[in-house]
Design a protein around this ligand. Structure first.
Ligand code: AMP
Length: 130
């Protein structure tokens, strides 16, 4: 069965997309740790990030750099932190999280639940800064 991220890539379910190329898609996390939290996924459906071939793993990070710079321009923060977890969705992805303090990237704390309108506006703003 296709992963939820493959369904987003194939436009079978909606997401707040901020960037795309032929290999990768970046979109807002629906339950962010902080405002601006994005996910970057390879279009190729591979569960574990370290099972990606070297070229794809490197290109994922290069693509993520462009997205991180755009988030930085959009959301006030000290820098963008990255994390790989993958315990919930079995489709490799990088978390890009705007950081103002260490707790901003604490995955144990309660997630936010932004409105559709907030997510739409934020995705548009990040997209414009790419
Ligand atoms: P993990 O697999 O542990 O790295 O976590 C998966 C992340 O994907 C979580 O932060 C979820 O909030 C996020 N997520 C799950 N479903 C969606 C979705 N449909 N759109 C955007 N983000 C999602």
């Amino acid at each position: 069965m296709a992963s939820i991220f493959t369904k987003i890539i194939q436009r079978e379910i909606p997401a707040h997309i901020v960037a795309e190329d032929d290999q990768f898609l970046a979109f807002l996390d629906i339950n962010p740790l902080v405002k601006g939290h994005c996910l970057v996924v390879p279009k190729q459906e591979v569960d574990y990030i370290f099972d990606l071939d070297d070229q794809t793993l490197a290109a994922l990070h290069i693509f993520s750099k462009k997205v991180a710079k755009a988030i930085e321009k959009t959301v006030p923060c000290l820098r963008i932190g990255t994390a790989v977890v993958g315990l919930e969705v079995p489709h490799a992805h990088l978390h890009l999280v705007p950081l103002n303090n260490m707790d901003d990237i604490n995955f144990s704390r309660p997630k936010l639940n932004p409105t559709l309108q907030e997510l739409t506006g934020l995705a548009q703003a990040i997209k414009e800064n790419i």
